[in-house]
Design a protein around this ligand. Sequence first.
Ligand SMILES: [Zn+2]
Length: 168
Amino acid sequence: MSMNRVQFQPGLSMAQFLERYGTEAACEQALQQARWPEGFVCPVCGGRRASCFPHRGRPMWQCSACHHQSSLRAGTVFDNTKLPLSTWLLALYLLSQHKTNLSALALMRYLGVCYRTAWRLKHKLMQAMSEQEAGRRLGGLVQLDDAYLGGECPGGKPGRGSPNKRPF
Ligand SMILES: [Zn+2]
């Protein structure tokens, strides 16, 4: 049996994900490394020197040059929420791993949050992913598939000819 290289490509298993990002501290460390790989950079003046202090249980940085205070989440998609970073990263993992999309309802059950939170979280992450990909252009031979969206329509035509279905 031939194996599809795309479908069988190596990825991050749930066990590996939880091992790497299963705690709040690990997630903060990962975000800090991704955001400031060479150490703190002030978002206002670009200064590299800062003092770090705790604020409401989370670390804050104060730029030594311009005294601007910044948190790890400020200016990121994770800003202005009370949700733990570990919840955000788990949502990111789940949304990126499901080949056939993950509903907000399913995300709600996986994360143990309310539906409204799951819905907003999903849409914020999808918006961020869309903005990240917006500048990318496909090259070479591009192949597309079509699909039909719509439910059952008793008595109507089946398949693609159904008046209840819309192609996209
Ligand atoms: Zn500064």
